[in-house]
Ligand binder design. Structure first.
Ligand SMILES: Cc1cc2nc3c(=O)[nH]c(=O)nc-3n(C[C@H](O)[C@H](O)[C@H](O)COP(=O)(O)OP(=O)(O)OC[C@H]3O[C@@H](n4cnc5c(N)ncnc54)[C@H](O)[C@@H]3O)c2cc1C
Length: 224
């Protein structure tokens, strides 16, 4: 990364923080700038990593409640059985040990924009983190359907990798040939614009292969 790109990256980060009114005047700035990043998904983890790589002498703390991150990106491969959940479970060891990012296990619950402080709820109580720059990367959350319209143990959406991914995989594996797979496209905005098309193709391919395997074994049985 040359100096120009590095400066541009830091300038952009500064601009984002300024727009969000989360970065205050230099009076609170320290000799080693403190950047707090909320959210250890791909967004937050990437910012944390590249701040440490390109940011020079920057103290970076990543706040994330979960000890590991399940990759949504790879989750369709779990749905078809090509990968296990363990393969898409990513930990933060490299961020911590190789890039020197500080990890704080907890959930950001309050921002004091005037005082440049973030309050984090942790297993041992609330912690206050002072910052010079704050990056918010908490991803998106779900808007639940009205009560009675959705039963997650019957109709998983599996748009967030985790237990629903496993449930959908098991449901697909248990499908009989005369059963129908129905999926809907989430209302925008949602986690991944090409996600539904990708899942439809992956599931169609999986069921086609599964069915042809069934046909092969069925016809082999008939020949005997
Ligand atoms: C099936 C599927 C396939 C996909 N395929 C692709 C693909 O091929 N390529 C691609 O680029 N993208 C793909 N995507 C999209 C991609 O997964 C998302 O764009 C990406 O995960 C978003 O990352 P994020 O860091 O913004 O948010 P998230 O991954 O949601 O991470 C947010 C993090 O913030 C944490 N958090 C939330 N609130 C707080 C809080 N208050 N305090 C502290 N931490 C908090 C959460 O625990 C979480 O770890 C796919 C998505 C799906 C569902």
């Amino acid at each position: 990364m040359n100096n120009f790109q590095r400066r541009k990256f830091l300038k952009t980060l500064g601009a984002v923080a300024a727009v969000s009114a989360l970065s205050k005047g230099r009076s609170t700035a320290t000799a080693t700038p403190r950047v707090v990043v909320v959210g250890g998904g791909f967004g937050g983890a990437t910012v944390a990593k590249y701040l440490r790589l390109w940011g020079g002498n920057v103290n970076v703390t990543l706040v994330e409640p979960n000890p590991t991150h399940y990759s949504c990106i790879l989750s369709n491969l779990v749905v078809t059985g090509a990968l296990g959940m363990g393969s898409i479970n990513l930990n933060y060891d490299t961020l911590r040990n190789l890039y020197g990012v500080n990890l704080l296990a907890g959930k950001a619950i309050a921002i004091d924009g005037a005082g440049n402080k973030l309050t984090v709820s942790t297993s041992t109580g609330n912690v206050t983190l002072p910052y010079d720059h704050l990056v918010l990367s908490p991803g998106i959350d779900f808007v639940p359907p009205p009560a009675g319209y959705w039963n997650s143990s019957l109709t998983p959406h599996a748009w967030q990798a985790g237990s629903e991914t496993t449930l959908l995989k098991n449901q697909l594996a248990a499908m009989r040939n005369d059963e129908l797979f129905v999926m809907t496209v989430p209302k925008s905005p949602y986690r991944c614009p090409p996600g539904p098309s990708e899942r439809a193709c992956v599931v169609a391919d999986y069921l086609k292969r599964k069915k042809s395997r069934w046909l092969e074994s069925h016809s082999a049985g008939c020949q005997r």
